[in-house]
Design a protein around this ligand. Sequence first.
Ligand SMILES: [Fe+2]
Length: 218
Amino acid sequence: MATKAKKAYELKPVAPHRIDAPGAVTEMPTPREMHHAHIFTDKNYDAMVEFYQMLFNGSVTNEHVHEGKHQLAFITYDDHDHRVVVIKQPGWGTKPERPVGLSHIAFAYSSLGELIFIYKTLKAAGHPAPHWTVNHGNSTSLYYRDPDGNEVETMLDNFSALETQDYKRFYQFTEEFGEMSEGNFDPDKMVKLYESGVPDSVLLDREQVRKMAREGTL
Ligand SMILES: [Fe+2]
């Protein structure tokens, strides 16, 4: 059921990112950014909306019920109108155990301190621990499951963007790189080391992580 505008809202002229005159686009464009993800859910709708708001420290910009059809919540974490949409599809049931299709969505943060704050916040809220924590070399990543079991990665690039891309292109999965699992770390040990003052230059360095993991300190 449609509702009246929620507050006095004046319709404005459209103002896109850029206006290209006919003929101005001469080659296949690349996306400016990955904008949002749509996630279907059913019985866990409320928990899903709560989870993404908590994960993002975000807010619902619009929630709408299509009577007898579905219900949807638009959630954002920045100045865009939505980044994740959670859509309740009554009767659709649960996620299959080994679904083909999208594996996870990843959100990049700015520091190890932020990844650790998220880890501690979700843990304090009783959310299950991340099922995978790994230094990929290019990134430091913690993987969680949302209430429906969709995988969500919180990550930090370990280098500047271009250097990270070089690491990916030229080094990851080489012999010298070793097994990916050698970069696994215990998140509680990571918190402890971080809070005891071990610098990010050590905690984000895959070679150091491999060494500390072998020694049992991480
Ligand atoms: Fe990923």
